[in-house]
Design a protein around this ligand. Sequence first.
Ligand code: UDX
Ligand code: ADP
Length: 466
Amino acid sequence: MSITKICCIGAGYVGGPTMSVIAQKCPHIQVTVVDLNEARIAAWNNPDVNKIPVYEPGLADVVAEARGRNLFFSMDADKAIDAAEMIFISVNTPTKTYGAGKGQAADLRYIELCARQIARVAKQDKIVIEKSTLPVRTASSIKSILDHVGNGVQFQILSNPEFLAEGTAVADLHQPDRILIGGDNTTTEGRAALEALVEIYAHWVPRERILTTNVWSSELSKLTANAFLAQRVSSINALSELCEQTGANINEISRAIGTDSRIGPKFLKASVGFGGSCFQKDILNLVYIARSYGLHEVAHYWEQVIIMNDHQKSRFAKKIVRTLYNTVSGKKIAFLGWAFKKDTNDTRESAAIYVADELLAEQAVITVYDPRVPAGQVYADLDYLKSRAADENRDLVKVAADPYEAMKEAHAVAILTEWDEFRTYNWQHVYDVMLKPAFVFDGRGIVNREALEQIGFHLYRIGSGE
Ligand code: UDX
Ligand code: ADP
């Protein structure tokens, strides 16, 4: 089966970049990305490609190349679904905030809505691909909806989890370590669907890097990959606290163990805690699935990764309070960074939100500077926690467009994101405009200890005791 038209439901951090790269690499395929959110679609269609809603290095160029040629962003989902032979579902699957599994299970209502919409609209056979991170066996629910509500049309369901990391999405899509496709290879139709998707990726990915599995292995592999990565961060963060007590240095330890080829150097950077839309959500999912099969030890084992991460964020906030003479009430604390990592404007589950929340509970006054996150997002993130009234968040938290303005007359600077530009600041100037004694709390291990201490700063870095 040769694919000529693709539709993707959901124009977010996954759907947007992934479809842009497919369109770039397969100019003969028409790719239409649809979304319910009108403002989002309008932003993807902004003639100025630097104003598209997702910030990723290199993405603007890809969109500039393909948009209008064979890449389209539209509100008309029915039309795009009807026309396409292949439909990606790339909508958000947040953790449930209500009912059974609240706080752990994935909320699948957006997925179900998509399945019902596809079932209603489809007039010919279609391949439906789950691209969002989903708990194991979601594909079978999607299939059940499609088969029972559809108009006698045949659907093949594939799972094709995305492994791109935000901030490096375009590079990850161009040169993936592997592409994973789960499908049903026990039937002719299933094999044909698998092959159709393999063929698309094969336009730029070497075939030996395209792995096919059964649907459930594919779904569970995605959760497993993220759980393993998050576990490394929590493991190194757990040791960072011990380093602070003993005088060992976590960066030296990371280097020492990272050179062991069995361990490897990646994901060993101690930090104020991991964030992002995937790690926490996927581990909670794993925990929920394990528990629902009665596997309590398994659930408990993975849950500890999250507990450690919450502890890391909280102990960073407590360290600030303790160091500032046990009170931050009315004190100005400058936050450098709000995004969950550098090179993205995404703030979902960012450590900064939780550190801010704890400091606000102590009545601190916070000024945030982030090169890519707008003020509205900072307030939305804080309001979402419902720890205090919305106007209180606006009274206590300011968002500065200029970093030096944010740090002026501050008691302390807290570094929450590892943006490159923070490394090149004129720290002497920062020292001059801050209140004394001037404190820097480096949650990302990016500033040079000697240089800052020479200027006169008191510096705290995660995981080093001296
Ligand atoms: C992750 C997975 O890497 C990706 O494969 C998956 O598809 C989606 O989830 P992402 O959330 O974009 O990607 O970011 P990632 O680079 O994995 O970082 C997650 C968090 O861990 C960030 O907050 C990052 O700052 C933190 N981190 C990462 C560390 O604290 N230390 C490290 O050594 C690495
Ligand atoms: P991700 O990081 O998984 O891409 P995002 O929240 O960035 O998550 O993107 C998901 C997108 O899916 C959002 O823009 C949301 O508006 C869209 N969406 C959710 N449900 C539907 C639906 N039923 N039809 C179309 N778009 C949807």
